[in-house]
Design a protein around this ligand. Sequence first.
Ligand code: FAD
Length: 478
Amino acid sequence: MTPNRRIAVIGAGISGLTTAYRLQEYGCDVEIFEARSQSGGRIGSSRRQGYLLEHGPHTILQRNRATRDLIDDLGLRPEVTVANEDANRRYVVRDGRPLPIPMSFDGFLQSDLLSTRAKLRLLAEPFVRPRNDDVDETLASFVERRFGPELLEYAFSPFVGGIYAGSPHRLSVRHGFRRLWELEQSGGSVSGGAVLKRLIVDRFFGADEGDDVERDLFSFKGGAGRLVERLTESLGERMHMGAAVESLHKVPGAGIWTLDGEGAAGEDRPPFDDVVWTGPTYRLADLSVDGTPIGDTDAGEVLDDVYYPPVSVVAMGVDADRVEHPLDGFGVLVPEVEPYDILGCLFISTLFPGRAPDGQALLSTFVGGARRPELAKAPDEELVDVVRDDLEDLIGLSGQPEFVDITRWPRAIPQYEVGYGRVFAAANTLEEQYSGLHLGGNFRDGIAVPDLIETATDRAQRLATRPPRFHTPLGRTA
Ligand SMILES: Cc1cc2nc3c(=O)[nH]c(=O)nc-3n(C[C@H](O)[C@H](O)[C@H](O)COP(=O)(O)OP(=O)(O)OC[C@H]3O[C@@H](n4cnc5c(N)ncnc54)[C@H](O)[C@@H]3O)c2cc1C
């Protein structure tokens, strides 16, 4: 271990915060730079009129040790709140009716969600031969090939809309749903049951850690934002807010980095041995390294092309008596083939206690994504009308909401589309080209919060424990 290693982390979302926190634990001299005046990136919670609102992720799926350890090390365990058991029930709309989505292979065969024809097709799935022609296939093509069109429309497509805000016709099964792709590649072990379990229970994601890691959907009593708040507190003066890093420079002869940018420049700041970037690719393209914007390089152009569709999150506080549906589930997802505008709606006050005042319900509706990008940008009034109209039909919502809060993410979530292998390759190229620059964040490490925590933890360990690269002119080991 090289405890005196100086490392700059750019971006204080969950990726950057976890990286910096773990580096600090390893004894590195770390500083973290965040462009906005607030840390957390996509993660943030706030309280309004007795409601606890989420602006980004509403739930986190506990599925790896790194996430569990982080919560414990931050002393957040007593604040963890596991989603109500009802969360296991998820509704998907078919012919205008929310139907519970089956959680098992047998459940699919018994469900009204699929026609008899689709069920027969599902039974034939284990006999579909794996495709091994090395084509980077879309999720839609993969699912249609293995399961038929109905399962795509009524199971995969709504989940992709709800999780990625993406389109199965654009996302790559190999890069975006690697576990699914690996299941097929592993040949004999593919069966409809296994794939469906992975799809529904593990929600497309799956870093198998064995049975000792509980797989709860959770948040914190104060909302998902507590995680980033605690990380921020524990980093103390190492955090620089309102500090957008615009350029990096290599110190001639020494091979170490200085950085510059509004709020990020520091005359007396000693240079850094390593720099870890965790922001989105469209900001990375603007970053200049030794005078050349990354976006002007071939690799940078590829990164700048990553598609981040817009998403608007419309939170509504409503009188629970004005909703006909029992709201006894995680929420309702809307397939693209159904005549509705929203991607889905989460029944937040069902999931976690204390999210709404007594007698009220809190609903969080997602609009836009790759399916309807233009709709995410609609004016507030139009957005609220669209949501109210759909919820009236789908869950029998009547009357006016008590309050409305809209969060707009103009570029919400990177889409791991077909061809995304080029993005991974471009990131590798840049790291080779600029030794000491490391790239992380959700364009590279997965989009789910636990995946980002796990990768950031690994990256911090690798950086903190790797052997010294050289000696500076002052004799300090770097
Ligand atoms: C609406 C929504 C709902 C979601 N729901 C879920 C969910 O339920 N469960 C789940 O697991 N995941 C969910 N996600 C995904 C998850 O929230 C994100 O993938 C994750 O939070 C991204 O973290 P990050 O640190 O990689 O990036 P970000 O959170 O984007 O953080 C990057 C940070 O870098 C900063 N930055 C950029 N450029 C610079 C610069 N030049 N200098 C300094 N700082 C810079 C940015 O300001 C930002 O704070 C959701 C995402 C959205 C948008």
